[in-house]
Design a protein around this ligand. Structure first.
Ligand SMILES: Cc1cc2nc3c(=O)[nH]c(=O)nc-3n(C[C@H](O)[C@H](O)[C@H](O)COP(=O)(O)OP(=O)(O)OC[C@H]3O[C@@H](n4cnc5c(N)ncnc54)[C@H](O)[C@@H]3O)c2cc1C
Ligand SMILES: NC(=O)c1ccc[n+]([C@@H]2O[C@H](COP(=O)([O-])OP(=O)(O)OC[C@H]3O[C@@H](n4cnc5c(N)ncnc54)[C@H](O)[C@@H]3O)[C@@H](O)[C@H]2O)c1
Length: 504
C-alpha cells in the first residue's frame, strides 16, 4: 500500500467513551490492552489501523504471515507484474512502426525477476516500517477470538499472549484459494493462486481450471511466458459474472495467443501417479487432458476456521455477514467488525480498503460516543459495495467494469436501456492500436436518468474506468454527462459516442 510516513504524535487525541475497567480482565497485562485490535495485516487490516490511528485510538495489529497480506505477495502485485509485460509487448506490436522494432517473445527470466521485486522478495520490512510510522503496534502470531473484545495470539516462539480491546476488534483475515475435495487432489499437488503468482519456473504444459478472473489472468500470463496452456471453463464463456461480450472477446484473444480454451467442461478429479510425472485432469463425460502443472482457480474460502468464532456464537469456517458499516451480524455490542475479503461483499483490494475507511471511521465515532451516519453514501457505510464496484481484469484485451450488467439490471426489475458502441471506431482507440478491437456498454436507468453500469473491453481500458466509476457512484445525471467533454483524440471519446447513441 501507499507509504506516507506520519509520526504517531501527529494523530489527534479526542475524548472517548469510557469503557468500564471491570470489562478488562485482571489477567491481562495493561500493555496488552488496546483501544482496537486488528486481526490480519493485509491491505484491509492496514487501512483499518490507519483510520483508527487517525481517530487517535491505540491499535494493535496481529499478523501470522507477512504484513501486506495476499495482495502484496501472492495476488494483485505479483500477478500484475507478470501481466504488465504482456500488455506492453502487445501494445508495441499493435502499431505499425513500433511493431518492426520488437521481435521475439517475452524474456521469462527477466519478467519473473521483475515480479520478484514487486513482491518485495516476500519480505515485509517496508510495510512493517509503515505500520510503525502510524504508531500501530505489530504483534506477530496467529490471532483468535476468545470471547467479547478478547484476542489470544499464538506467537512464533510457541508462546501465547492475551489481548483485550477497549472498543473494537476488526477481523481482516482475508481468504484462501478454494481447493475442492476432488478425487486425487492431494496427490496431484495442484497450483493455487499462490504458486501461479510466485512460481520461478515456466511449466511446459499448464492446465488452468476455472474461467473466473484468476483463471483468465493466469492463462494470459503463463501462455506469454511460454507454457502450453489449456483453460477449462465450466460455463459457456469465461468471466460469467461480467457482460457476455467481455468473456467472448477475452476467450477469442486467448485462443489467438495459442491458449486452448475449452468451455462447458467440469473438472471431476486429478491424477498424478508419479510425484515427478505429469498430471491428468479428469473431465466430465470421461474425458481427460494431461499437463505438467494444474492450477485450480475455482474461487475462495474465508480464513475463519481457526479464528475462535465459536467463542462469540458464530460458526467457524463461515464468511462473516456484516452490515454496511462492517459490524458483524449476530454479535451484540458494536465491537466486532469484519472487513475485506472475509465478509465476502466484494473480493477486491480497493473495495476492502474502502470498507476499511468506513469501518475505521465508524469505530472512531462509536468510541467517541457518536451515532453513526448510516444514510446511503454516509460517512460510515460502504454504499459503493452495493452499487458501484469497479474491477479491471488485466488480460489482453483488458476488461474494465463498474456497477450493474444489463442482466443484473433486468433481474432487479429496473427500467434499463443498454447502449453499445465499438471502441475501435473512436479516433483515440484507432490511434492506440491498428485494428483496435474492443467494445463498450453503458446501462442507463431510464426512470432516474443515471448510469447503472459501464463495461469497456479493449487494450488500455483499465485507465478509462475511473471516469465510469465517478459517473455511477456520483449518480451523475445523464443530461449533465453530455456536458463532460472528452479530449480529442483520446479513447475517452467513447463517452461522447455512447451518449450520442443514447440520445439518438
Ligand atoms: C491471483 C489474485 C490476483 C488478484 N488481483 C487483484 C487485483 O488486481 N486487484 C484487486 O483489487 N484485487 C485482486 N485480488 C483480490 C485481493 O487479493 C483481495 O481482495 C485482497 O488481498 C483482500 O485483502 P484482505 O486484507 O481482506 O485479505 P488478505 O490480503 O488475504 O490479508 C489477510 C491477512 O490476514 C492474515 N491472517 C489470516 N488469519 C490470521 C490470523 N488468525 N491471525 C493473524 N493474521 C491472520 C494473513 O496472513 C494475511 O496477511 C486478487 C486475488 C488473487 C487470488
Ligand atoms: N483483477 C482483479 O480484480 C482480480 C484478479 C484475480 C482475482 N480477483 C478476485 O479473486 C476472486 C477469486 O477469483 P477466482 O477466479 O478464483 O474465482 P471466481 O469465483 O471468480 O471464478 C471461479 C470459476 O471457477 C469455476 N469452477 C468451479 N469449480 C469448477 C470445476 N470443478 N471445473 C471447472 N470450473 C470450475 C466456476 O464456475 C467459476 O467460473 C474473485 O472474486 C476476484 O474478485 C480479482
Amino acid at each position: 500500500m501507499e507509504h506516507t510516513v506520519r509520526r504517531a504524535e501527529d494523530w489527534p487525541v479526542p475524548e472517548y467513551n469510557a469503557v468500564p475497567e471491570t470489562d478488562i480482565a485482571n489477567d491481562i497485562d495493561p500493555a496488552d490492552v488496546f483501544d482496537v485490535i486488528v486481526i490480519g495485516a493485509g491491505p484491509v487490516g492496514e487501512n483499518v489501523a490507519d483510520r483508527t490511528r487517525a481517530a487517535g485510538l491505540s491499535t494493535a495489529v496481529v499478523e501470522s504471515e507477512l504484513v501486506g497480506g495476499e495482495c502484496s505477495y501472492w495476488a494483485c502485485m505479483p500477478s500484475k507484474a507478470l501481466l504488465r509485460p504482456v500488455a506492453a509487448l502487445a501494445e508495441a506490436r499493435a502499431v505499425a512502426g513500433s511493431r518492426e522494432a520488437v521481435a521475439g517473445r517475452l524474456d521469462a527470466s527477466a519478467v519473473l525477476a521483475r515480479r520478484d521485486g514487486f513482491a518485495s522478495h516476500w519480505k515485509d520490512d517496508g510495510q512493517v516500517g509503515w505500520l510503525d510510522s502510524i504508531g500501530a503496534v505489530l504483534i506477530r502470531g496467529r490471532g483468535r477470538l476468545a470471547g467479547v473484545r478478547r484476542v489470544h495470539v499464538e506467537t512464533p516462539d510457541g508462546g501465547s499472549r492475551r489481548l483485550a480491546a477497549r472498543h473494537a476488534v476488526a477481523v481482516c483475515t482475508g481468504s484462501d484459494a478454494l481447493v475442492p475435495d476432488l478425487p486425487g487432489v492431494a496427490q496431484a499437488r495442484p497450483w493455487t493462486s499462490r504458486e501461479a503468482t510466485s512460481a520461478h519456473a515456466v511449466p511446459g504444459r499448464l492446465a488452468v481450471v476455472g474461467g473466473g478472473v484468476v483463471g483468465v489472468e493466469m492463462a494470459t500470463a503463463w501462455r506469454a511466458l511460454g507454457s502450453e496452456v489449456t483453460l477449462l471453463v465450466r460455463e459457456t464463456a469465461p468471466l460469467p459474472r461480467m457482460e457476455p461480450f467481455a468473456g467472448e472477446l477475452v476467450a477469442a484473444a486467448l485462443s489467438d495467443a495459442g491458449v486452448t480454451v475449452r468451455t462447458g467442461v467440469t473438472v471431476t478429479g486429478l491424477d498424478r501417479p508419479a510425484p515427478d510425472g505429469p498430471v491428468s485432469v479428469l473431465l466430465d463425460a470421461g474425458r481427460q487432458i494431461e499437463a505438467d502443472e494444474v492450477l485450480l482457480a475455482v474461487g475462495r474460502v474465508p480464513r475463519t476456521r481457526e479464528l475462535g468464532l465459536e467463542t462469540v456464537g458464530l460458526e467457524p469456517g463461515t464468511w462473516l455477514k456484516v452490515d454496511d458499516s462492517c459490524r458483524v451480524q449476530g454479535v451484540d455490542g458494536d465491537w466486532l467488525f469484519a472487513v475485506g475479503d472475509v465478509n465476502r461483499r466484494a473480493l477486491l483490494t480497493h473495495q476492502g480498503k474502502y470498507q476499511a475507511r468506513m469501518a475505521g471511521a465508524a469505530i472512531g465515532a462509536l468510541a467517541r460516543g457518536e451515532s453513526l451516519d448510516t444514510r446511503p453514501w454516509g460517512s460510515h457505510v460502504a454504499t459503493a459495495d452495493v452499487s458501484a464496484v469497479p474491477q479491471v481484469v488485466f488480460t489482453e484485451p483488458e476488461v474494465a467494469a463498474v456497477g450493474m450488467t444489463a442482466k443484473e439490471a433486468r433481474d432487479a426489475g429496473l427500467n434499463a436501456r443498454v447502449v453499445d458502441y465499438e471502441l475501435g471506431q473512436v479516433a483515440g482507440a484507432a490511434l492506440f492500436a491498428d485494428d483496435y478491437r474492443g467494445k463498450a456498454r453503458m446501462v442507463v436507468d431510464l426512470d432516474r436518468g443515471v448510469l447503472l453500469g459501464v463495461t469497456f473491453v479493449g487494450s488500455g481500458v483499465g485507465e478509462l474506468l475511473h471516469s465510469a466509476t465517478v459517473a455511477v457512484a456520483g449518480e451523475v445525471p445523464i443530461d449533465r454527462l453530455w456536458h463532460a467533454v472528452p479530449s480529442y483524440p483520446t479513447m475517452s471519446e467513447i463517452w461522447l459516442r455512447l451518449l450520442e447513441t443514447f440520445r439518438g
